[in-house]
Design a protein around this ligand. Structure first.
Ligand code: SF4
Length: 343
């Protein structure tokens, strides 16, 4: 039984220009003790999908009635999509699920000392008393590699360096011992050395705290270093999913191939980069059929621009298998191959 099972998640936003579909029919599982990477350009729906797990998408958003967000909690499975009361949401937010962001300043109130914020969070989400909450906060600041944690406990977030602030944010997110940590571009604002340290820290903490992580990033290098499995998103849909090794060494979807080809290679750094052509379409003008067809060099006229590609297991794999390598592209469907041969 996975810790989290997301099935057929569709999210709309009501805007002044009309209703837009930000996420469409997204399904993925997160198993206990694993890091699932979600990768894609900005606007691909990766943050919107995960924010829905904490109901953080705002009042103009709407989840379709078919969407299921089943989280295993201490009290049994809970469908987050069916929660509406603040009391019920608290069971999830900060208790079962915590989130960290690219910019730690967004997580800390600038005029309140870090320790006070950590203790307040623990008093809200756990049964700890104030003394124990303080002890746990200092202990976890130390665990994430912050030197002199008692001193940092009594400082404001602006007194810490960027890397230290990121560690403090991770400490605050983990202090409630969540089952699932959502890390949204947690290292994008950091230089490469600190980035590597923070990613290594997240990996260590997964094992130590027996938790799972959803790691959101636009950077396949971060995925390669950190994630066990990866889901590639484009314009609100998952276009490819599988173990990190399978997806990175044998990408099947033209979009995943484009993402990989647009990255510099350390082995062949003199090779020219091949950027993805075209721009992400506006969600107000969402393409019919395969959402990638307006940028795809392999698009099959009359098929890709009209029919949504099904989810297909690569090399005959059963797409429902736990570690299956899946993609949604007509090129892999036998009927499309026949159509290409005929035309
Ligand atoms: Fe390209 Fe068609 Fe495959 Fe979409 S379904 S990625 S347009 S070949």
């Amino acid at each position: 039984m996975p810790l989290l099972s997301v099935k057929d998640l569709t999210i709309y936003f009501n805007t002044d220009e009309g209703q837009i579909t930000a996420v469409e029919d997204v399904s993925f599982d997160v198993r206990r003790g694993e890091i699932l990477g979600i990768v894609g350009e900005s606007g691909s729906g990766k943050s919107v999908s995960t924010k829905s797990l904490m109901m953080l998408n705002g009042r103009n958003s709407q989840i379709s009635p078919e969407s299921r967000l089943i989280l295993e909690t201490d009290d049994g499975p809970v469908d987050i999509a069916s929660l509406s009361h603040v009391k019920d949401l608290r069971l999830v937010r900060g208790h079962s699920i915590s989130m960290i962001f690219q910019e730690p300043m967004a997580s800390f109130a600038p005029a309140v000392k870090i320790g006070k914020q950590m203790v307040e969070q623990l008093l809200i989400h756990t049964d700890l008393d104030k003394t124990t909450a303080k002890a746990r906060s200092i202990e976890i600041l130390s665990r994430v590699g912050i030197p002199d944690p008692e001193l940092r406990f009594n400082q404001f977030s602006f007194e810490l360096s960027g890397g230290m602030r990121q560690r403090a944010m991770i400490a605050m997110a983990l202090s409630t011992r969540p089952k699932l940590l959502i890390a949204d571009e947690p290292t994008t604002a950091l230089d490469v050395t600190i980035q590597a340290q923070v990613l290594a820290l997240i990996k260590d903490l997964v094992a130590e705290f027996d938790m799972s992580v959803i790691l959101i990033t636009h950077d396949l290098g971060v995925i390669a270093q950190t994630a066990d499995r990866v889901a590639v998103m484009y314009l609100g849909r998952i276009v490819e999913q599988g173990t990190t090794r399978d997806v990175i060494t044998s990408p099947q979807h033209p979009y995943t191939q484009g993402l990989i080809n647009s990255r510099p290679s350390l082995d062949h750094f003199e090779d020219p980069l091949t950027p993805l052509s075209g721009d992400l379409p506006s969600p107000l003008e969402r393409p019919q059929g395969c959402v990638f067809h307006t940028r795809c060099a392999h698009a099959i006229k009359g098929l890709c621009d009209t029919q949504k590609p099904p989810v297909i297991g690569v090399a005959g794999q059963d797409p429902t298998d736990e570690d299956a390598h899946n993609t949604s592209c007509h090129l892999l469907s036998p009927s499309a191959s026949e159509q290409v041969l005929v035309s």
